[in-house]
Design a protein around this ligand. Structure first.
Ligand SMILES: [Zn+2]
Length: 459
């Protein structure tokens, strides 16, 4: 139906439970028609049978919205239509949370005491499956639904579309920290605070409110939350290392600062996603941690990235004859010498001679590391990563071999070496770049067709 081009979604998709007289007297926040826009009526009312149940009424309303010819709308109209969806969607989300919480309460009440845990788990998994939610999304929804029933004022605001499930969970957490007699007063303040704040901002401000309201209760709540701290790390089938976690308090702040400190903005010509920037930052953070003496030693040796490779594979790589095969000791994951690039420039090599049964019979150390004198010279000359625009300090840097790589018997001398942070070392090694060292200036040039010169940081 073309008339529905100015359809006001909030007028029709009304899913709140029957309103009490008090609520009906005052219009809900956000449901009013914006100034200058008249609330249009549908051209044809659906037939009575279509209004017989909430589900069919909802389907009709959504069909009307889906029939809108988006291409015929101006940007402003489209923006308004999109804005009109916010509240009905929020109300549907709240309703789903509330109903799923009711269902869970029934399942738990109906189960024998020793099976209540599994009844809850099974119910949430089924809910997640049916609604294409992740288990944690389903858990958050059910918890918000439960909290909304425990705190009726919050429940009303939730069903009116004024709060997200995350807001409700924050309110529940804060109210749960104080004595019952203080809850009503605090709930009002929290509802006022929630308006216009996203869940993260609101959570921060709500906890600040709790701290000023009752520091002792806030401290206890903080302690309880600490029990939920976790970091999970697993090897993935495709050779990756996946991790996720949740930290609170000082641990959270320490991690934020450390990751921020090692996450650097893109330089010219670099286009990373925020996730990729954080991943590079995390690698640099870990590399820096292993470089210090702070990491506990094992069997007298500092923890290091260890790689095993046959002598002939290394020779293959060094003669520039192609990619050699190797594997990481800790994980057993295979890796190619190409991927190892930056590590092979500055490393300790240990020669292990094996007998016919591949039992080690002789171990000797051949050092292929950067001499202290050269490191100091580069520290003075380069100061940090020499990649144009990069501000990574020297402590993060590898010594990269210059125009002649170690593989091709490159001499380790200041005119054939430069400091590069791990990410730019990798970029240099894997891209069409040529380094030029002239006196105390290091510059990089592309060797492909564009031949664009990029300059070193100013000293
Ligand atoms: Zn860099």
């Amino acid at each position: 139906m073309s008339e529905s081009a100015t359809y006001d979604a909030a007028t029709y998709v009304d899913l709140a439970p029957a309103r009490s007289g008090r609520e009906a007297a005052t219009p809900r926040r956000g449901s009013r028609t914006p100034p200058g826009r008249q609330a249009p009526r549908l051209a044809a009312e659906p037939s009575p049978s279509e209004w017989s149940g909430p589900r069919s009424r909802l389907a009709v309303a959504i069909d009307d919205l889906a029939a809108i010819d988006v291409d015929a709308l101006s940007d402003a109209e489209l923006r308004q239509h999109l804005a009109d969806l916010r509240q009905p969607l929020a109300r549907l989300t709240a309703l789903r949370a509330s109903w799923s919480a009711s269902l869970e309460s029934r399942a738990i009440a109906g189960a024998p005491p020793q099976q209540r845990g599994s009844a809850q788990r099974d119910g949430r998994l089924a809910f997640a499956d049916e609604h294409q939610l992740t288990p944690s999304e389903a858990k958050r929804a059910v918890e918000a639904g439960k909290a909304a029933r425990q705190h009726p004022e919050t429940g009303q605001a939730f069903l009116a579309g004024d709060l997200s499930p995350e807001h409700v969970r924050v309110i529940d957490e804060v109210l749960g920290a104080v004595d019952a007699e203080h809850r009503d007063l605090l709930e009002q303040q929290l509802l006022d605070l929630a308006r216009g704040r996203n869940a993260v901002q609101f959570g921060r401000d709500a906890r600040a409110l709790l701290v000023s309201f009752s520091p002792e209760d806030a401290a206890d709540a903080g302690k309880r939350k600490l029990a939920r701290r976790r970091v999970r790390a697993t090897d993935t089938a495709d050779g990756g290392f996946a991790f996720s976690g949740l930290l609170y308090g000082t641990a959270a702040e320490t991690a934020r600062i450390a990751l921020d400190a090692f996450t650097r903005p893109d330089v010219a010509g670099e286009h990373r996603t925020p996730d990729q920037r954080a991943a590079d930052g995390f690698e640099q953070l870990c590399a820096a941690a292993l470089r210090t003496d702070a990491a506990p030693s094992q069997h007298g040796a500092r923890p290091q990235v260890l790689v095993v490779m046959d002598a002939e594979q290394l020779a293959h790589h060094e003669q520039d004859a192609g990619t050699g095969a190797a594997h990481f000791v800790r994980s057993g994951q295979p890796v190619t010498t190409t991927e190892l690039g930056p590590l092979l420039d500055d490393c300790h090599l240990v020669r292990v001679v094996l007998d016919a049964e591949r039992t080690p019979i002789e171990v000797s150390e051949a050092v292929r590391t950067v001499p202290t004198g050269l490191w100091r010279a580069l520290l003075v000359r380069d100061g940090g990563c020499t990649w144009p625009g990069c501000d990574a300090p020297a402590a993060w840097c590898d010594v990269a071999h210059g125009h002649t790589s170690f593989a091709r018997n490159g001499r380790l001398a200041p005119d054939n070496a430069a400091l590069l942070c791990r990410r730019h070392h990798r970029r240099f090694d894997s891209g069409p770049w040529r380094i030029e060292v002239r006196g105390d200036r290091v510059s990089y040039q592309r060797t492909d067709s564009t031949e664009r010169e990029v300059r070193n940081r100013s000293p």
